[in-house]
Ligand binder design. Sequence first.
Ligand code: NCD
Length: 346
Amino acid sequence: MTTETRPPHPPTTTSRQPAWEHHDVLDLDDFSVAEIETVLNLADRMREILDRRIARVPALRGYTVVNLFFEPSTRTRASFELAGKVLGADVLSLTANTSSVVKGESLIDTVRTLRAMRTDAIVMRHSMGGAPYLAAAHTDASIINAGDGAHAHPTQALLDLYTMRSHFGDLHGKRVVMVGDISHSRVARSDMWGLAAMGAEVVLCGPPTLLPRGLRASDRPAHAESALPAVTIETNIDHAIEGADVVMALRLQSERQQGGLLPSLHEYARLYQVTEERLAKAHPGYLLMHPGPKNEGTEIATDVASGDNSTIEEQVTNGVAVRMALLYLLSGRTEAPGEPSSEVRA
Ligand code: NCD
């Protein structure tokens, strides 16, 4: 077995990509504001390519992306696949139950096998927090974390930031309220890092049993301030939503919950469902967001999910553009994607 050495970071400074220092995308806690802006600005360009009548450019021709999903996914997996294809990359998708993982192959061997086939980037979703970090330590392919346990989901956070920025421009001082099962949500955690970096005010709202330990005022450890971005905790949804610019509903992640956290689903919906009536207290022009998959009637009312302020479908479209931007940045390519000279013509 050979020992792989990680290559230097791809070239980072061109006029279009002013800041980029990543070989992998594992979480947003190590992203500078400038790097987040690099991704969001490039996503604007990618959104324009995606909206073309024929959305295909050869910018990533010869670049190979493998989706390696050990957990269910609809939008994240499909959007990475489409993002790669729009840019002309070769993309293949593996799920744990159709790969040699069922024969007992380890994560490290799986990742090394894919790299031996000259895979450039591996998009990974795993039920264990930290799994993508382990993979990144054992391959020189770029690893993109598409969700690891309850830990992180950086590409969802970037598409959420992109969606908010496309409505508000600047996120400074915007009140972003996340409601629901915060303690099991990797989306909430990565969103917190991104939102804090962009200067937004973050409010986390849910029943005390679904707020992460260490974030409840009563048991916050002394080091909590430095270990996590500054957030406000609110267990009363009406107080939380008051003056909100963004309300993000989060699914109850029952696959990660141990029992006994909620008296009943009915009780949870009564106290924490995001409804029209509750949203009346939000700031005019508020955005209603949800990363999906949503359980209408539990964390979100059906009418608001498809109402005028909902960005749920827009988030899905933006997810493709943001993932196009990330794949392109990780490839280290510097030619402007989608310039007329490199376009595939109709
Ligand atoms: C989220 C996930 O998988 O973490 N969904 C997503 O990627 N869009 C949220 C969830 O599963 O509830």
